[in-house]
Every structure is written in structure tokens, then in C-alpha cells.
Design a protein around this ligand. Structure first.
Ligand code: ZN
Ligand code: ZN
Ligand code: FE
Length: 762
């Protein structure tokens, strides 16, 4: 008998064939192994016990980067083969292969990198089957060297020997290379003229001297400076037009990271894992970084080196470096050399680059730990395109287009969702282009021809417009906050119904107003709006997003029935425009109503003098959280008014109670940190009260928390505590972000569920 085995999952580009080859030799089996567009196929023949042992070891000992999703087997007549070979890749057929994410340099490669006797000593591009670039260099499937940006490099005899030796760690490692045959680093000045000397060593010297360098990484260019160098950090901020938004740091190793922030076991796992995200660490007061790195922030975003180039560079430096995306203000990061030279010439004093092309622009991932579990902020490099398994089967392939800000899209097929890398804010041509190209690339890589396309209800989002231009597909509009709750459900492998609380920036509601402080009862197929924050005008529309003082005007007007105390500092600071903005808001001119929780946080931040104008998204709320005194345990009371949850009208959470309490408490001389904390706890109390109200009517006792406002850990802690005390089961995000970066997963989940339920009805 000859056994034919098919293995599906992340099994290409992760050393699976050499692993199978070694295993077959161990058990003296004849046959073959190969890649095709469906995954890995194996044929073995030998003694029955050996075949059995092989099959069990296949699971038990699989390579570190492999994820086996499914193994199927059947029998065919024996051919009497005793030799085991690796078959050439078979093109064509349906593509189901899963592609591995980019992966940090492994321990074996790291040893070689710093071993003077090794032929790859200090070679910035060494890699093996267990590590190295993947997603960012793959042009097409099946994953083989000619389909990657390594196609241009011809392997030397030594590399070819390793590549063809089943006993070697680099057996069939597609990006394998060495100083003799692979990419080379290059240091060029701002005018693109070459700089003499060892590129990495010279770059380190320049950084130590305070230079700003553009450095080509896995998914794009970073801008780097010595993190302890005040002048360099200040120069980077002003040249990049980035006023306050924190910079990420790269520390040379775990020990250096410990000097920057507090690291628990979960943070350590994330910092040292193969994905190497930026991990938010509670900052140590004595952290050796310039004040301008993360002004006024209690957290530092820290990552460890993930390419050999990073390891070599950090090895030559005394301390951590700032490593921030290589772009000007809100543009997407540069990833093509020629274009980087143009766009970054006014920022960088030099470029540390190389001649291996990046095929897909991919930002660093950002994550944090909440209650010992991962709570992602941006899921991108190192995570993508690893599929998220789901608990249902898509009847038809789905494309979910995502929202406008922090956009990701995703594809749903079979039992998987492929959430894209972070695309960014769809507000300029360059970002939109990487969005459309990204969708084309994903549909090709995963062989998905979407039949159902899910999109946000907002007609002006570029993602919505894209959906409407696809043509020949069925469209499904998914309400923004329903998508948030569905995302949280899918993230947790649940289908609902649940009490879904979506506290968010802005998202178009089904009644034409702008929602964002929503109490829903939702499952994957639908939702009912049971309650919401009291709506106020959004004075001047989008102007209110960047000018929190406008939200203060709207909320004060509502809370004090048009007559807030005239001596408030926020009114005095903005006296020149205050009355105009108020009259515009009252008249409803370019001032749609919104129940947004994010805008309520903005209003209170302005009332407390924390921030009137922002220069990055969410800044006012971030700073309000930072300023709050966590030790203060009391929260302001909030009333719920309106019809009971079973009625036609949703209940209203009287946000004005909070705004009045903030003003009065402050007038009584209570310090800002205490007031900020009491406000946070007041909002948490309102969430719990709303959940109680819905439980009374529906009997549901699971609450899903989603939306960008829940990036606020003080609010999340307080809310989860209160809900827990009341006996609710609380669902939060762990695999995709709670912000709009996780929205496409929710849209895909809704599309899959709606499609399935419709077909059941037919
Ligand atoms: Zn390696
Ligand atoms: Zn070589
Ligand atoms: Fe949102």
C-alpha cells in the first residue's frame, strides 16, 4: 500500500518539505513530497508501523512556523519505491495554500550572524526555513523563489548545496542567500550619492552623531534616530511634521527593553515572538530616552530587532533607537527605493538600504497586553496573512471592504478569514492605491473571487465607493457598530446574541445620524439598537474631530440647557469663535447629530483644559486617560432615560449628567486628575447600567465590548470590573484590534452569516 497524504494550512515557506523528507528517512519510507496550490502533498510507502509513526510525528514535530489546519489521507497501490524525493512544485489548480507571515531572525541564524567563523558572519540578509521574509517578498503562489523578489538573485554554489541538501536547515529555504550571491546593504547620502565604509557600521556612527537615517526594513522604510539624542528626536519631529504622536523604539535585546518599560510574561512572549510587534510597555521613569520620544505618555512602544540588519545595527549602538514609519505626516510608508529617495529626502540625512525589493508595503504591528492576554492595536507585519479560522463555512467567497480610518480589508473563504495588513486612512491617492492593489494581490494569492461584498453604510467612505464599483457581485451594507460587535464575536469564536456595546469615534447609523455610543443586542446576522448616548450636534462636521473644544461647546450647551457657566476656561480660551460655533450647531448647519462616545471624551478633555485641538487621531482621549488618577475610585452617576429596552424607542444615556458633574466638581476645586478619573468611571457605570437594563428585558448576560474608545485601558478596566461584579460574561478583542482595524472581520462575519441564513430560508 502507498499512502497519499494532503496537508493544508501554513505549510509553504516554513520548511515543511525538508521536515517531511527528514521524517521519511527516519522511518525508512519511500515516496515523495511536494508543494501545490492546495498545500503539501505526500506519498509514502513502507512498513505499516513506520507509516503510522510517520503520520503521528507529522503533527507532533511540525516546523515552528507551520500551522497545520487539515490532514487528509487515502491509499493507492504500492510502487515499491524505497527512495524519498522532493517533487517539483505543481502550478495551476485551485489555490488554497496559506502563506507564512514575515518572521524574526531565528536563534540558529543569529548564532551564525555573530560567529566570525561562519561564512555568513555579519551578513545582514541571512535567513533559513525557520525565519526571514515571506509575505512582504511574495509576488505570487506557489511560494517558490521565482515567485518572490529574490528571483533576481542567483544562488551561488555553496547556497545551492545547502538549498538542495535535505539535512540542511536551509533545504528549500526560498530566500536563502549569502554575501557572495545575495542582496547587499548600501549607505547613501540624502542626495543618493554612495557613502564609503561599511554601510552598517557607518550608519551606526551617523546615528550616534545625531543623524536621521531612513532604513529599509521588511515592509518599508523606517526613519531612525538615537532615542536618547534630544536634538535628533526634535529634528525628526519637525522634519516629519509629527508634533506629539509617540515614536516607537527598537531596543537591542530583552535586557535593554527592560530598562525602557515594565515587562511581564505576556509582554515578554510578544516581544520575543516570531512576529515581533511593537509592544506597549508601561514606561519606567528612568527610561533612557529623550523627552520628545513620547511626550506625556505613560507607555512606550518597544520592539526588538527582527532582521539581521537590525541586529547588526543595534549591536553597534549604546542604546535604543527611534524607529518610526518612513513617511511624511499621514502618507503611507515608503517601500520602493526610488520613491523613498524622493519623498524622504527632506527628512533623512542618509539611507541605509539594500537591493532586495519589498513587494507589499507592510507596517509594523502594534500590540499590548490586557489582563495577561494580547489586546491588539494594529495587526500587520508578522501576523499577516495568517488566516483567522472561523466557526462557520462561507457559502460564497466574501470580500469585506473595511471602514475609512485604520483600514484593513479581508477575504472570507471556506473556514478562513484573511484579514489584510494595515492599509491606513483612506484619505489620499497613495493609500487608496495600496488598498486596491492589496485587494487584487490577496484575491490572487488566496484564489478568491468574491461573490458577496460587504461594506460600511457611509456612502462617502472610499471603501464603500470601491465596493460599489466592483460589479457583478452582491453588495451588503453593514452598519458600522454592528460590524464592531460582530468583529468581537468572531474574534472570540462566538455567534451571539449578546449585549453589544460599541463605543467609538463616528459611524453612520441606520437613522441617518452619526452613531458611536451604542447599546445593541446583536448576533452575526442582525442587531437592534436598545440604547445610546444622548445625541449632540457635531459642530462643523469633520472640524469637530480635530477641534475637541467644538465638542465641548456642543456638550456644554446640551448639559446646561444653553446656559453653561460663562467663566469656564474652555469658553474663554475659544471666545473668538465660541458663539459662532454654537449658533451654527444649534441651527444644525453642517452639524449632524452624534451619539459618539469618542466625541464625549473629546469634549471633557477640552473642558478640563487637557486639549482643545489635536494633531493625531484620538489624542484628546489618550491624554485624558493619561492624566486621570487611577487611584480615584468614585464615578459620576448617569441617568438612563426614555423607553424601556423592549419599547420602540431606545433608552438614552444622559451624557449631560457627566458633563455637568465634571464642570461642578472642577468648580469646587477638585484636581483635574481626580475629575478625569471620575468621568472615566462614570462612563463605565453608564455602560454597566445600560447592560443591566438590557439584561432585564432580554435575559442576555454576555456583553461584547468593541469600538476604538475601548483602546482606553482605564475605561476598559473599570467597565470590565463593573460588568464582572454584576455577573456578566465579558467579551473583548484578542486577535484583531477593537478599533476600525478590526472592522473588516466583523463585516465578513455578518456577510457570511447573512448569506448562510438566507439560503436556509430558500
Ligand atoms: Zn533562521
Ligand atoms: Zn550564496
Ligand atoms: Fe469604528
Amino acid at each position: 500500500m502507498r499512502t497519499r497524504i494532503r496537508v493544508e494550512g501554513v505549510v509553504q515557506g516554513v520548511g515543511f518539505r525538508p521536515f517531511v523528507h527528514a521524517l521519511a528517512n527516519r522511518y525508512r519510507l519511500g515516496g515523495l513530497v511536494g508543494n501545490d496550490t492546495g498545500g503539501v502533498f505526500i506519498e509514502i510507502e513502507g512498513a505499516v508501523a513506520d507509516v503510522r509513526a510517520f503520520r503521528s510525528a507529522l503533527h507532533r514535530e511540525a516546523p515552528p512556523l507551520a500551522v497545520i489546519e487539515r490532514v487528509t489521507a487515502d491509499s493507492v497501490p504500492a510502487r515499491g519505491e524505497t527512495r524519498f524525493v522532493i517533487a517539483p512544485s505543481a502550478p495551476g489548480g485551485e489555490r488554497q495554500t496559506l502563506i507564512a507571515p514575515d518572521s524574526a531572525t531565528c536563534a540558529d541564524c543569529l548564532r551564525e550572524l555573530f560567529d566570525p567563523a561562519d561564512r555568513r558572519y555579519r551578513y545582514p540578509f541571512l535567513n533559513c526555513t525557520n525565519c526571514g521574509p515571506r509575505f512582504t517578498i511574495i509576488r505570487d503562489v506557489p511560494y517558490d523563489r521565482p515567485m518572490t523578489t529574490m528571483a533576481d538573485f542567483r544562488m551561488c554554489a555553496d547556497c545551492a548545496r545547502e538549498y538542495h541538501d535535505p539535512a540542511d536547515r536551509r533545504f528549500h529555504a526560498q530566500p536563502v542567500c549569502c554575501p557572495a550571491c545575495g542582496p547587499a546593504p548600501r549607505l547613501v547620502a540624502a542626495d543618493s550619492s554612495p557613502v564609503v565604509g561599511d554601510p552598517v557600521d557607518t550608519a551606526a556612527e551617523l546615528l550616534a552623531d545625531g543623524a536621521v537615517l531612513a532604513i529599509k526594513g521588511l515592509g518599508g522604510f523606517h526613519l531612525a534616530v538615537d532615542a536618547a539624542h534630544d536634538g535628533a528626536v526634535t529634528a525628526l519631529r519637525s522634519r516629519k511634521h509629527r508634533a506629539d504622536k509617540p515614536f516607537a523604539l527598537m531596543a537591542r535585546d530583552l535586557e535593554a527593553a527592560h530598562r525602557l518599560g515594565e515587562i511581564g510574561p505576556a509582554e515578554e512572549r510578544l516581544l520575543t515572538g516570531a512576529a515581533r510587534p511593537i509592544v506597549m510597555l508601561r514606561r519606567r521613569p528612568e527610561a533612557p530616552v529623550a523627552a520628545g520620544v513620547a511626550p506625556g505618555n505613560h507607555f512606550l512602544g518597544v520592539m526588538l530587532p527582527y532582521t539581521p540588519l537590525h541586529h547588526l545595527l543595534l549591536d553597534r549602538l549604546a542604546g535604543p533607537i527611534v524607529l518610526t514609519s518612513g513617511n511624511v505626516s499621514d502618507e503611507p510608508i515608503s517601500y520602493v527605493d526610488a520613491e523613498a529617495y524622493l519623498r524622504l529626502a527632506s527628512i533623512a540625512d542618509g539611507f541605509l538600504t539594500h537591493d532586495r525589493a519589498i513587494h507589499i508595503r507592510t507596517d509594523d504591528s502594534v500590540t499590548r497586553v490586557w489582563r495577561a492576554r494580547e489586546y491588539p492595536i494594529r495587526r500587520s507585519r508578522g501576523y499577516v496573512p495568517r488566516p483567522l479560522p472561523v466557526d462557520w463555512t462561507f457559502r460564497r467567497p466574501v470580500l469585506a471592504c473595511g471602514a475609512e480610518l485604520k483600514n484593513t480589508f479581508c477575504l472570507g473563504k471556506g473556514r478562513y478569514v484573511f484579514v489584510s495588513h494595515h492599509i491606513g486612512d483612506l484619505e489620499n491617492y497613495e493609500t487608496y492605491r495600496s488598498y486596491t492593489e492589496g485587494i487584487t494581490h490577496f484575491t490572487r494569492m488566496f484564489d478568491v473571487a468574491p461573490a458577496l461584498v460587504a461594506h460600511d453604510l457611509h456612502p462617502e467612505y472610499l471603501s464603500t465607493k470601491y465596493a460599489k464599483e466592483v460589479g457583478g457581485v452582491e453588495l451588503l451594507g453593514v452598519q458600522h457598530h454592528h460590524a464592531h460587535i460582530a468583529s468581537c464575536l468572531a474574534d472570540n469564536g462566538e455567534a451571539g446574541p449578546v449585549i453589544g456595546i460599541a463605543f467609538d469615534g463616528l459611524g453612520l447609523g441606520t437613522d441617518g445620524t452619526i452613531w458611536g455610543g451604542e447599546f445593541l443586542v446583536a448576533d452575526l446576522t442582525g442587531f437592534t439598537r436598545h440604547g445610546h448616548l444622548a445625541p449632540v450636534p457635531l459642530p462643523g462636521g469633520t472640524a469637530a474631530i480635530t477641534q475637541p473644544w467644538r465638542m465641548a461647546a456642543a456638550h456644554l450647551d446640551a448639559a446646561f440647557d444653553g446656559a453653561p457657566p460663562a467663566d469656564l476656561a474652555v469658553i474663554r480660551r475659544n471666545a473668538a469663535q465660541w458663539d459662532t460655533v454654537l449658533s451654527v450647531a444649534r441651527a444644525g448647519v453642517n452639524s449632524p447629530l452624534t451619539s459618539s462616545a469618542g466625541r464625549l471624551f473629546d469634549a471633557v478633555a477640552a473642558v478640563l483644559g487637557v486639549r482643545d485641538r489635536i494633531n493625531y487621531e484620538g489624542q484628546a482621549a489618550v491624554e485624558l486617560e493619561q492624566v486621570a488618577d487611577r487611584a480615584s475610585m468614585r464615578g459620576y452617576p448617569v441617568r438612563l432615560t426614555g423607553t424601556a429596552a423592549s419599547g420602540v424607542e431606545p433608552f438614552v444615556v444622559e451624557a449631560g449628567d457627566l458633563v455637568r458633574a465634571v464642570v461642578e466638581d472642577r468648580a469646587a476645586g477638585t484636581p483635574v486628575p481626580t475629575v478625569a478619573a471620575r468621568f472615566h468611571r462614570g462612563v463605565a457605570g453608564a455602560v454597566a447600567a445600560g447592560a443591566d437594563r438590557i439584561r432585564e428585558v432580554t435575559g442576555l448576560d454576555t456583553v461584547a465590548l468593541s469600538g476604538g474608545v475601548f483602546q482606553n485601558l482605564l475605561l476598559l478596566d473599570a467597565t470590565a470590573d463593573l460588568l464582572g461584579e454584576r455577573g456578566f460574561r465579558v467579551l473583548t478583542h484578542h486577535r484583531v484590534p477593537t478599533n476600525d482595524g478590526g472592522l473588516s472581520l466583523g463585516q465578513a462575519a455578518v456577510a457570511g452569516a447573512v448569506d448562510a441564513s438566507r439560503r436556509r430560508c430558500l
